[in-house]
Design a protein around this ligand. Structure first.
Ligand code: PRP
Ligand code: URA
Length: 209
């Protein structure tokens, strides 16, 4: 079974509290999503590949590691996952970025795919899939299947809020994927929204309704 990492860092938890607050406006919400992604990315990327280069210090030349940035692909699930990309790119500016477009049908809550463009070759890259919300898990599971169908192998999934139902489904359907969660919430409501949650992440990031 794939590993699940539930974040407990006070900085992340503080920022999630600000995200939950319904009076937090679009501008602050967007910045918080970016900052949380960066803090979570620091942990999630601890096994990122490095390569040795020679660096000349004021005293001598020494081999020293640098990030093999072209080995990383960030793949946001549109729309809301986009809000997390800049936070991870701030850590690894040379990462490639793919996009998967999915939206939930408002009645059935089933994800509907409308876009997929991934960096090639995808096989040899570490892939970090971002989406702030893991609710039923339908969108995340479909996105991961799509990436695997394109040849993706080493995949991590990063979300800010997860519902127990979605986390369980993701673990069952994609046991090979490492899952990073900012906070595990209580449950889904009848409309498959996360409780206590933060509302509609896409709408709050982009200022739509
Ligand atoms: C939200 C969210 C996830 C999905 C989670 O996207 O960003 O992608 O719902 O729900 P699930 O786990 O039940 O699939 P939404 O469909 O609202 O699209 P948007 O990001 O374009 O607003
Ligand atoms: N998508 C969201 O944006 N929020 C939820 O609570 C569930 C799905």
């Amino acid at each position: 079974m794939g590993a699940v990492y539930i974040n407990e860092h006070p900085l992340v938890q503080h920022k999630i509290t600000r995200l939950r607050d319904k009076t937090t406006g679009t501008n602050e919400f967007r910045s918080l999503v970016e900052e949380i992604a960066m803090l979570m990315g620091y942990e999630a990327l601890r096994d990122l590949e490095t390569e040795q280069v020679d660096v000349e210090t004021p005293l001598e030349v020494t081999p020293s590691p640098v990030i093999a940035g072209r080995k990383l692909a960030i793949v946001p699930i549109l729309r809301a996952g986009l809000g997390m990309v800049s936070g991870i790119l701030a850590l690894v500016p040379t990462a490639k970025v793919g996009h998967i477009g999915l939206y939930r049908d408002p009645d059935t809550h089933q994800p509907i795919e409308y876009y997929c463009k991934l960096p090639t070759p995808i096989e040899e890259r570490m892939i970090v899939v971002t989406d702030p919300m893991l609710a039923t898990g339908g969108s995340a599971c479909d996105a991961l299947k799509l990436i695997k169908d394109h040849g993706g192998k080493k995949i991590k999934f990063m979300c800010i809020i997860a519902a127990p139902e979605g986390l369980e489904r993701l673990k069952q359907e994609h046991p090979d994927v490492q899952i990073y969660v900012g906070h595990l919430d209580r449950q889904l409501n009848d409309h498959a929204y996360i409780l206590p949650g933060l509302g509609d992440a896409g709408d709050r990031i982009f200022g739509t309704r």
